[in-house]
Design a protein around this ligand. Structure first.
Ligand SMILES: [Mg+2]
Length: 204
């Protein structure tokens, strides 16, 4: 029998994105030698010009910070793409155990939204990339578009923290969506709900 396929969202599912952002900002503040407020102002200016927060790309953010604060781009680039400890510290505590267990029972992949370079850096630098099968890594700017949904293997289990994504998957695909809710005890009306990734083993 073929192994089941399980696809994971990255942000707020595998990686505590708020924690990663905090750690990255702290590294930027100390490297550039500015205070919190100056970085927050620069970040707000950058975000304001994006059409969607998912369009955040380190490369364009770095370019803007480098021009504004007169810091070499390379130094800032290293914070986003070389500091693996920031990423490792931002994994939710159960991720490695859960992926280790599940990778023996299933083919694991990714279903994520954003820029390919940054999303790939998140799973590479946090050292979880080897748990995933390269052929089932889906990273798109808009993952709920019909064109993308059509690529998803039917019957695959998809774990995501986004309530709307779960709704879309249930209504428009043949996949088995699972909502991960780490914030409270609310349940999704349309899909099984879990509070941490170790619970996925009960669903395969
Ligand atoms: Mg997410």
């Amino acid at each position: 029998m073929n192994k089941p396929i399980i696809l994971f969202d990255i942000d707020h599912t595998l990686i505590d994105t708020n924690k990663l952002k905090k750690q990255t900002s702290a590294a930027l503040i100390s490297t550039i030698g500015i205070n919190k407020k100056l970085l927050a102002d620069a970040e707000n200016r950058y975000i304001k010009n994006l059409s969607h927060p998912h369009d955040f790309r380190p490369s364009s953010y770095i370019k803007q910070l480098s021009q504004y604060f007169r810091v070499e781009k390379e130094i800032l680039n290293d914070i986003f793409f070389k500091k693996s400890e920031l990423y490792k510290k931002s994994l939710y505590p159960e991720i490695k155990t859960a992926l280790g267990f599940l990778s023996k029972k299933a083919n694991l992949g990714i279903f994520s939204e954003g820029g390919k370079k940054f999303q790939t850096a998140k799973i590479t630098l946090s050292e979880i990339k080897d748990y995933f099968n390269k052929k089932i890594i889906f990273v798109f700017r808009k993952k709920q578009s019909l064109k993308v949904l059509k690529l998803l293997p039917s019957k695959s289990i998809i774990v995501d923290d986004d309530w709307e994504v779960i709704k879309t998957l249930v209504k428009k695909t043949q996949t088995k969506a699972v909502w991960i809710n780490r914030k409270d005890f609310a349940k999704h009306p349309l899909a099984p709900t879990i509070t941490n990734l170790n619970q996925v083993r009960n669903l395969i």
